[in-house]
Write a protein that binds this ligand. Structure first.
Ligand code: SAM
Length: 205
């Protein structure tokens, strides 16, 4: 599957190597184990999903992660995306991941422990407000659909930082890339996507 993601341009070599170190079957519900390597989102319980591998690869590639970066993820879900970012950032990097559903934090922590990754910190709460305690972040990734770009996330981005977020309706969104340079932000539209809603103060109510 990873070779296919490379051929199709969703992954580059660096992302593909990281994905090889994070077996998706460790993150999917046992009922769906056989579908682990299908390019489709799968249920993880509580009405939430683990995204399709092509989307995880494309978001990881578009985020342009470099060794040692400090990152913030909103929407831990199964912990799969956080684990790939943690591998990309290496031991000197860190991933803070915020999830609003406590049962999913427990699930994601258990999944990540299976891989022995120690550079991921889980935070329970409303990620639309970001996590100001550790800001600024070199990279921020939102893995749920927002009606607009939450201002706290832009505020918590470092100078030169990048933010990826699906923006649109509850049904269909565009994946937007925000680049912050000084006080300016530049936004570009990368591709149409479909995510579960981001629920919170600066997201869907
Ligand atoms: N990144 C996840 C993975 O690798 O499995 C998939 C994320 S799933 C598509 C979206 C997640 O966003 C869900 O777990 C949902 O509970 C979470 N979510 C929705 N609104 C949130 C909010 N305001 N703060 C934090 N998490 C939120």
């Amino acid at each position: 599957m990873i070779e296919l993601l490379l051929q199709q341009g969703y992954a580059d070599d660096w992302v593909a190597e990281a994905m090889k170190k994070v077996p998706r079957e460790l993150f999917v519900h046992p009922d769906y184990a056989k579908a682990s390597y299908s390019d489709t989102p799968l249920p993880i319980g509580l009405g939430q999903t683990i995204s399709a591998p092509s989307i995880v690869a494309f978001m990881s590639k578009s985020l342009d992660v470099q060794d040692g970066m400090k990152m913030l993820e909103i929407g831990s879900g199964s912990g799969y995306q956080a684990a790939i970012l943690a591998v990309l950032a290496g031991d000197s990097g860190s991933v803070y991941t915020v999830e609003r559903i406590p049962e999913l934090i427990a699930l994601a922590k258990g999944n990540v422990e299976k891989l022995g990754l120690t550079n991921i910190k889980f935070i329970e709460g409303d990620g639309t407000k970001g996590y100001p305690q550790e800001a600024p972040y070199d990279r921020i990734i939102v893995t749920a659909a927002s009606p607009s770009i939450p201002q706290p996330l832009v505020d918590q981005l470092a100078d030169g930082g990048k933010l990826l977020i699906p923006v649109g309706s509850r049904m269909f969104q565009d994946l937007e890339l925000v680049v912050k340079v000084g006080k300016e932000v530049e936004t570009s539209n990368l591709m149409p996507v479909v995510f579960v809603p981001l629920i919170g103060e600066f997201g869907y109510k």
